[in-house]
Design a binder for this molecule. Structure first.
Ligand code: HEC
Length: 93
């Protein structure tokens, strides 16, 4: 119930289809990640190959005490958007 209320309030990219992982990646992730080269975060091809690990990192963030931790997207993106991102990342590895 609590979760349901927040999806409506937090829909920053209504123009994007929920299931377009590539557009979501370009919009939300390329500031810190590229497909083949390290930026602030690891290249997509070097990311963990386990979808459950990808989901954990995207949902909860990763903070190994670097200067730019991976932000948590669990309250920013909808579940369908996170699914689409995982599918896109997996397709690029
Ligand atoms: C502000 C910069 C930043 C943004 C924006 C960002 N990330 Fe990250 N991400 C990082 C950093 C830095 C790490 C590595 C963290 C560490 O090891 O301390 C990381 C780690 C990850 C990991 C873990 C990789 C592994 O092998 O365990 C995944 C998956 C990931 N990011 C996906 C994403 C996705 C998907 C998005 C867009 C929704 C995104 N990131 C947006 C900086 C960012």
């Amino acid at each position: 119930m609590i979760v349901g209320c927040c999806y409506l309030a937090l829909s920053p990219q209504t123009a994007l289809a929920d299931d377009d992982g590539q557009l979501l990646f370009n919009d939300k992730c390329t500031a810190c990640h590229a497909l083949d080269s390290k930026k602030m975060g690891p290249a997509v091809k070097d990311m963990n190959k386990d979808p459950a690990a990808l989901r954990g990192a995207i949902t909860e963030g990763v903070d190994n005490a670097g200067p730019f931790p991976m932000p948590a997207f669990g309250e920013i993106l909808k579940p369908a958007e996170i699914d689409a991102l995982i599918a896109f990342i997996s397709s690029q590895q």
